[in-house]
Structures are given as C-alpha cells and as structure tokens.
Design a protein around this ligand. Structure first.
Ligand code: G3I
Length: 300
C-alpha cells in the first residue's frame, strides 16, 4: 500500500487519526485525512462535557460534524469517551454517590442511543487506573468499585453492536504496575462475564529511542484474554523512527491488534506540539517516521 490506510487494510487493520472540530475548516488537514486514514476519533467533541453540558440536555452538534465528515469520506469512527475523571459535565461536580452513578448511567444511555449502530467502538471508560496499579481516585471511583463494570453493562445494553473498550495510557510496558492492574481487571471481567471487547493502549511514548521491549508481550497478553487491542492515541517524542517502527511492528505481530490511531496528523495538531511527535510536519509533508510506519505495515 502507498498510504497508511491501504497498507493497514492489507491485513484487515485500520489506520486512524484524531481530529478536533476546528480541523473541519482546515483544508490541509482534511486532504491528508482523506488520503491516508480510514478511522477517525474526535479529540474532545464526544467527551461527557461536550455531549451533555447540562443534565439531561444532550448536544451532539460538534460530535456529529466530525462523525458526518468522516463517514462521508469513507472512514469509520471510534467514540471517545463515555466515563472519565476529566472533562466531565459541570453538573457531575455537584453530585456524588448514587446520584452521580445514576448520572453516569443516564449519560451512557443518552449518548449511545444517539450513536447506536454507527460507531466502530466506544472507549467506555478512560484512564481509571493510577500509576501504582490501583484504581485512580475520582468522583466516579467514589461511587463504588463496581462503577466500571456498571458502565460496561450499561453500554452493552444501550448499543449491542458496538465494540466496548477500556482505554488508558502508560499500560504499554508489561512489567509496569499499571499495566498489571488493568490486565487483572480485564481478566476478572472476562471470567465473570462483564461485557468488554477491547483494550485501547494510548501509546503516548516519551523519551528514549527504544520502546518497551516487551510491548508486543503486553499486546499479546491482553489479546490472550479474548479481547481486541488497539493503539488509540499514538504519538512519540520527536517522532523517533525506531519507536514508530517498533510500535507498528508490535501491532502487526499480534493478530488481535486491530489498528493504530495517531493523536492528530501534523505536529501542529498535537497536544504535544513542541515535541513534534506526529507523522506529518507543519507543512503537511510526511516525515521519516511516516515511512518507517508505512514500511512496517507493508512488511506484514
Ligand atoms: O475550547 C477551549 C477554548 O475555547 C479556550 O480558549 C482554550 C483556552 O485554554 O481552551 C479550549 O479548550 C481546550 C480543549 O483541549 C480544546 O483545545 C482545553 O483547555 C484543553 O484542556 C483540552 O485539552 C484536551 C485534553 O484531552 C483534555 O483532557 C486535548 O485537546 C486533547 O487532545 C486531550 O486528549 C486526551 C485524551 O482525551 C485522553 N488521553 C490523553 C489525551 C491527551 O491529553
């Protein structure tokens, strides 16, 4: 394949990007998106604060604008995200206990009803673990340790056809405590029949020139639990070619690694913009890392 999506599709995978609503009027961004990518994630527009700004009042305009552009250009869409400690509706801040739990359930039902049957996957729960491998403390965690499984059961009932993912960062290194914490939760969910289909590894790599040597082991270990894995927000300090090649190869080596998404397209799109972590430069030209990813996709 001569594009990222064509190369990924050779093995039945996708190659995705994230876009903010402001990029819908950025012709440079849209041209690359249309040429290279076949999966799209909204950067902020499908998060809880965006989709339910006031209790029971849903607003899908910004999310739909991205969804519609993507679908009109032949892409699929990943939903990001339904339950998270950050970017919550302001009214969640004045709730706790059973009223916050009910608000979370109502939010999942309201948003998933709108997108029912339309999305490839939902990041149902985002970033619920601390670095030490225990649950991150948050208002949602304070509603009871079962909040995550309640979110997934609610999601399955709301849209039985969409893949339900748990998504987190710093879970790429197999021996890291947080990776093990998430792994143990997924194993427990599968053992008890809690509905979950996929784990999203955000894959925000920082520092050094090599990625965790056991990254592929992490992917295959999650996959062995009976879930798909996906790299959902990839970006790499200075777009290290070896790290990009390594993360792509790791995904290609694991049959249940279904696709890779970069968090933006050009360095100017990135939340880590001063680290130039993406595959295209500020002039929309592909960087060396682009070739290393493309070659790794085509080698598989
Ligand atoms: O829209 C307002 C704008 O009106 C205002 O002038 C400006 C001033 O700061 O802020 C704008 O909102 C910002 C928003 O991005 C849109 O640019 C928020 O302050 C800023 O906090 C928000 O950051 C987002 C961040 O999530 C918040 O948690 C980033 O764009 C987004 O890329 C980032 O994405 C997360 C994933 O969801 C989860 N994993 C990590 C990843 C990177 O942090």
């Amino acid at each position: 394949g001569t594009t990222l999506k064509a190369a990924a599709e050779r093995s039945g995978r996708y190659f995705g990007a994230a876009m903010g609503g402001d990029r819908l009027s950025d012709s440079g961004f849209l041209a690359i998106a249309n040429r290279e990518f076949d999966m799209m994630t909204a950067v902020n527009e499908m998060k809880p604060d965006a989709t339910e700004p006031n209790q029971g009042q849903f607003d899908f305009r910004a999310g739909d604008a991205i969804y519609n552009w993507a679908v009109q250009h032949g892409m699929r869409v990943r939903g990001h995200t339904l339950a998270w400690h950050a970017q919550q509706p302001r009214f969640w801040g004045s709730l706790s206990g059973s009223s916050l739990r009910t608000a979370m359930i109502n939010h999942i039902n309201g948003v998933m009803a709108h997108y029912r049957g339309k999305l490839a996957a939902w990041d149902v729960v985002n970033e619920a673990f601390a670095e030490n491998g225990s649950r991150r403390s948050s208002n949602l965690q304070s509603t009871g340790n079962d909040w995550i499984e309640v979110a997934f059961r609610t999601a399955r009932a709301a849209d039985p056809g969409v893949k339900l993912c748990y998504n987190d960062y710093n879970i790429e290194n197999w021996t890291y405590a947080k990776t093990q914490g998430v792994y143990n939760m997924i194993r427990d969910f599968k053992a008890r029949g809690v509905p979950i289909d996929c784990v999203g590894l955000q894959t925000h790599f920082t520092g050094g020139s090599s990625l965790p040597g056991n990254f592929e082991q992490t992917l295959s270990s999650f996959a062995a639990l009976g879930v798909d894995v996906a790299l959902t927000e990839a970006d790499v300090t200075n777009a290290s070619t070896s790290q990009y090649q390594g993360l792509t190869r790791a995904c290609m080596n694991v049959p249940r690694c279904i696709g890779i998404t970069t968090w933006g397209i050009r360095d100017s799109d990135s939340w880590r913009g001063n680290e130039n972590p993406l595959l295209f430069d500020r002039n929309s030209s592909p960087k060396a890392a682009y070739s290393s990813v493309l070659n790794a996709l085509n080698a598989a």
